[in-house]
Design a protein around this ligand. Structure first.
Ligand code: GRF
Length: 213
């Protein structure tokens, strides 16, 4: 069976992209990153992709000021590389209807909070601290038109410690993100994510037909 072709969109550092690349290199994730796209030419994660020999495409805000144009350029590249699953790994813009419509039920996002708490913003760890929660964490979810409200695939809890500032909490959450995101991609690749309403059931690998398992 051929490997699932994953496209990853980033805007910055790309540590979650790296976690996916590392999981593939370790043989823990049976998928291939077919292309990495960015809406920022200076995203450090692009270098991670190049180092791994993965093609990159940039639709920079300066060159394409309109979101629809940027995303059309990215979509063109995703199609050219036959992407089957799209992963948003620190991609800082909302997906428009063209991109979303092209990958129905096939876009995953990683968010640094236990959704539905602290969704929608770019500073989830700061917001969690300011609110005073004792537990935060991260969520991998399917992307829908409602930002950060798509069906939840996996979550990991991270306790807030007395000494935490935003940086410390975000760093401990990030460690869990790096574990969770490749795991979610692997479950998708194995055909083990089944949607029931807005609930994502994780099917038992043993119960799958041989062709899928
Ligand atoms: C992560 O915290 C992710 O949850 C959020 O953006 C950040 C991206 O980090 N969506 P990186 O670029 O993967 O290092």
């Amino acid at each position: 069976m051929s490997l699932l072709r994953v496209g990853v969109l980033i805007s910055g550092r790309g540590s979650n992209l790296q976690a996916i690349l590392d999981a593939i290199a370790r043989g823990e994730l049976a998928a291939g990153v077919a292309v990495v796209g960015s809406n920022r030419a200076d995203a450090a994660g692009l270098e991670r992709a190049r180092r791994a020999g993965v093609p990159t495409v940039v639709a920079d805000r300066a060159e394409f000021p309109m979101r629809a144009e940027r995303q059309a350029r990215l979509l063109e590249a995703l199609d050219a590389h036959d992407v089957e699953l799209l992963v948003l790994a620190g991609f800082d813009e909302i997906l428009g209807p063209a991109l979303l419509g092209r990958f129905p039920g096939r876009v995953l996002n990683i968010h640094p909070s236990l959704l539905p708490a602290f969704g929608g913003g770019m500073h989830a760890a700061r917001d969690a601290l300011a609110y005073g929660v004792k537990v935060s964490g991260c969520t991998v979810h399917f992307v829908t038109a409602d930002v950060d409200q798509g069906p939840i695939v996996l979550q990991a809890a991270v306790p807030v410690e007395e000494a935490d500032d935003e940086l410390a909490l975000a760093a401990r959450i990030l460690e869990q993100e790096h574990r969770l995101l490749p795991h979610a991609v692997q479950l998708f690749a194995e055909g083990r994510l089944a949607l029931e309403g807005r609930r994502v059931r994780i099917l038992d690998a043993a119960a799958l037909p041989a062709a899928l398992g």
